[in-house]
Design a protein around this ligand. Structure first.
Ligand code: PLP
Length: 447
């Protein structure tokens, strides 16, 4: 019995399933979750003392690698001045200004005002309440396979057909709440138009991941997000773009900026989200998230407006210090490094799988990537664009692939439906270790 096994057994006695967030339990890959004791740069170390090259990166925040010395110093300095005040601090405004200055395209920023919260769930939950409060409407559109955290409105599944409103996707979510969420197929603009036609004057907003990355990575079709913005606005509704995962990871200014650059190259203006949510990278590994957007909408929040939102730990000074340090260090060279590593790893995994005859699709959204197992050649319907497309994959291949990589000292996300996260600390040595592990893992996936 390993130390990890012992710790898992012990944890299960006091913590439901032994974990504080379900995917950590390794349910979809099997085996004992690794109980980590430290993380530095591109590596994590478990309680048996085994070191792994980490491609989870805390599910996104660690773009600079773990425990970057300057981020740790900023956190230590802030902690020395007090852990939490429950009062305003200069750092909160500094971080708000930093975000507004970064998220611009063609001289304009969609982030006119921003509020700091502690988790991505809070950010999306508040954005939805704000959209409902601002429009005076109740119904929300989300897309199947998109994850926006675990607030009640967002734990809804599609009913059969567009006319049907959502059913709860989790016990404990009131049917009446889920019924206010319409779940539509991703990348399907006709479905969005039809929903507005079927529910005139009732839809408060559309929430969409800037690029879907919680069903594996599925990028939006070119122009999809821009069209959502146009359709929402034609119908008096708001567009909420969830950049909790993509924001400050795929580009210094998020996925919106990647798309804006592509639009500018074609001579069109950037599309306008009304609200944008951030999390993960913005807190540099500390509990911090945010929602921002149009000033007239944001000013609907208390204390100026009628939509309530608050938090004892909102804008926590230690988390804010980590966020400022991380965003300040994440310069163009960091993003160039992330992009190059993503290119190399995604093509190397693909080659290793192809060498042993495992058909697959390489899924990319900027430097986020994942792999969908199965035949997605043009004659079989092409690369996945919807949740239904990724659900029909040969998911049974992933556990063997995952465990072979783990045995070779590489920690991948413990689910085929998650993105892989690289960091600027993944140097040639760390990447070499990943590349060396691939042939055996591909063979395991093939068998
Ligand atoms: N939105 C997206 C796109 C996410 O990926 C996540 C978490 O993975 C969330 C919201 C929820 O964030 P948190 O886990 O911080 O509550």
């Amino acid at each position: 019995m390993t130390r990890n096994d012992e710790l898992f057994d012990r944890a299960r006695l006091s913590i439901p399933g032994g974990v504080n967030s379900p995917v950590r339990a390794y349910r979809s890959v099997g085996g004992t979750p690794r109980f980590l004791t430290s993380a530095k740069g591109a590596y994590v170390t478990d309680s048996d003392g085994t070191q792994y090259v980490d491609l989870v990166s805390s599910w996104g925040p660690a773009i600079l690698g773990h425990a970057h010395p300057e981020v740790v110093a900023a956190v230590q300095d802030a902690a020395g001045r007090g852990l939490s005040f429950g009062a305003s601090t200069p750092g909160e405004t500094e971080l708000a200004e930093l975000v507004r200055a970064r998220v611009t395209s063609g001289g304009r920023s969609p982030i006119e005002k921003i509020r700091l919260v502690s988790t991505g769930t809070e950010a999306t939950m508040t954005a939805i309440r704000l959209a409902r409060g601002f429009t005076g409407r109740d119904v929300l559109i989300k897309f199947a396979g998109h994850y926006h955290g675990h607030s009640d409105s967002l734990l809804a599944e599609a009913g059969s057909g567009l006319a049907t409103l959502g059913l709860p996707a989790s016990a404990g979510v009131p049917a009446a709440t889920a019924a206010l969420t319409l779940v539509l197929p991703y990348n399907d603009l006709d479905a969005v138009r039809e929903a507005f036609a079927l529910h005139p004057g009732r839809i408060a907003g559309i929430i969409t991941e800037a690029a879907a990355a919680n069903m594996g990575v599925v990028a939006p079709d070119a122009g999809f997000n821009a069209a959502l913005s146009a359709i929402a606005h034609e119908n008096g509704a708001l567009l909420i773009v969830d950049e909790v995962l993509t924001g400050f990871r795929v580009h210094p200014a998020g996925y919106w900026a990647l798309e804006s650059e592509a639009q500018a190259a074609e001579g069109s203006d950037a599309y306008s989200p009304d609200l944008v949510t951030y999390g993960k990278v913005i807190g540099g590994g500390m509990p911090l998230a945010a929602l921002g957007g149009r000033a007239d909408v944001m000013d609907f929040l208390a204390p100026l407006g009628p939509v309530y939102q608050a938090g004892t730990l909102s804008g926590n000074p230690v988390a804010v210090a980590a966020g400022i340090a991380t965003l300040t260090l994440a310069d163009a060279s960091v993003y160039a490094r992330l992009d190059a590593t993503a290119d190399l790893l995604s093509s190397s995994v693909s080659e290793a799988l192809a060498d042993v005859g495992v058909t697959h699709s390489v899924q990319r959204a900027g430097n986020l990537f994942s792999f969908v197992f199965g035949d997605y050649t043009p004659s079989a319907g092409g690369a996945p664009r919807t949740y239904a497309d990724v659900q029909r994959q040969d998911a049974f291949r992933y556990p063997a692939f995952f465990h072979s990589m783990l045995d070779s000292g590489v920690s991948l996300p413990p689910s085929v439906f998650e993105a892989w996260f690289v960091s600027a600390a993944h140097d040639d040595k760390a990447i070499g270790r990943i590349l060396d592990a691939l042939p055996a893992a591909a063979r395991a996936a093939a068998s």
